[in-house]
Design a protein around this ligand. Structure first.
Ligand code: UT7
Length: 331
């Protein structure tokens, strides 16, 4: 059986650093509240009129360079986002246009912060089947233009940042490197606990002045339910994927949990008994970049040497849906 591996990684975050102090200009909040409850110190916001496909493209060029490949080597595109460029077509098509590779299939994955792992599982399956050889998996998010700057939305608005990251997947030459397993889940009974409901075809018409007056175009979150389920699901899926592959937390060289709240990560680390020094906490400088969070953290850790060849890496996420999952790989 063939095995897939990540051949190269890249990420891009906008230059504009927005600190917690900066948010005080538009929000009734405090640096102390944000840091204590979430761990976030700063995030990046794109300049006006930046497109998700634009920041994705910058991340992709770095991933191509790292893998020694060119645009024309890509034979399948998977784009993950919870902040699509438009209702339709999919953001993957805009990315394909920027890459100048017409004809290459472009699939959009809509599993929010778990999107990267859902996309990884699709790419892994295609490569193992031999259907595609060089798959681009890119996650891109621009939250800054859609956040609610009022007391009503402040528990959500302080969390999110903008950013993109890409990986190129191909067949692994040997047994020792590559994706070992991906374990995915969803539970739609929690769909309304974390959502952005309008515009949407659940309404007739899709969009109206009333919806905007009611703020339905802003993300809505039941923070306490999300927090509790995130800790429980990330813990459970992490333990399960390790057990099913005859491993334990002691075998892990690096753990990248979804960067939603540092308190969620701390709880997971405590319950599972992981070594906190081997756990990523890039939320402090980037906030929650949804599906781009895990691949941004992955690229940084690879580039600065926290992840070395042969390391065992676990990634685990939780998101709106609810969806959650984990992936285990040998770097
Ligand atoms: O990728 C998506 C996944 N998302 C997550 O995983 C997020 C999970 N949830 C959380 O991380 C937490 O629920 C939050 C950090 C979002 C919120 O923390 P919380 O402890 O659940 O706060 P809360 O919303 O219950 O609010 C507690 C208090 C309230 O004041 P009162 O009613 O106690 O006087 C809020 O009005 O904190 C107030 N508050 C704020 N104060 C200052 C809420 N947001 C803010 C704020 N600044 N930004």
């Amino acid at each position: 059986m063939k095995k897939s591996r990540i051949l190269g990684t890249g990420h891009y975050v906008p230059e504009n650093v927005v600190t917690n102090e900066d948010l005080l200009k538009r929000l009734n909040t405090s640096d102390e509240w944000i840091q204590q409850r979430t761990g976030v110190r700063e995030r990046r916001f794109c300049p006006p009129n930046t497109k998700p496909s634009e920041i994705a493209h910058k991340a992709i060029l770095k991933a191509l360079e790292a893998s020694g490949l060119q645009e024309t080597d890509i034979d399948f595109i998977i784009c993950t986002t919870q902040t699509p460029e438009h209702f339709f077509p999919g953001t993957g098509c805009y990315i394909q246009q920027r890459l100048g590779i017409p004809g290459v299939p472009a699939l959009d994955v809509r599993d929010q912060c778990t999107g990267f792992l859902y996309g990884l599982s699709v790419a892994d399956a295609y490569i193992r089947l031999g259907q595609y050889q060089k798959i681009l998996l890119v996650s891109t998010e621009i939250h800054s233009t859609g956040l609610e700057w009022s007391d009503h939305g402040r528990h959500v608005s302080v969390l999110f940042g903008d950013g993109a990251a890409a990986v190129i997947l191909g067949e692994s030459e040997g047994e020792e490197h590559g994706i070992i397993d991906v374990d995915l889940h969803a539970d739609g009974s929690f769909a309304d606990e974390l959502c952005l409901s309008a515009p949407g075809t659940a309404y007739d018409p899709w969009i109206s002045h009333e919806m905007i007056d009611q703020g339905l175009h802003y993300p809505k979150m039941n923070g306490k339910v999300v927090f509790k389920e995130a800790v429980s699901c990330i813990t459970r899926v992490s333990k399960t994927i390790l057990k099913e592959n005859q491993m334990s937390v002691e075998d892990l060289d690096y753990f990248i949990p979804h960067q939603a709240n540092m308190r969620i990560t701390e709880a997971v680390v405590k319950i599972t008994g992981m070594n906190p020094e081997k756990v990523d906490n890039s939320i402090q400088k980037y906030g929650n970049c949804a599906s781009a969070s895990v691949p941004i953290a992955l690229d940084e850790a690879v580039r600065d040497g926290r992840i070395q060849s042969g390391d065992t890496v676990l990634m685990a996420t939780f998101a709106s849906g609810f969806t959650w999952g984990a992936a285990l790989m040998k770097w």
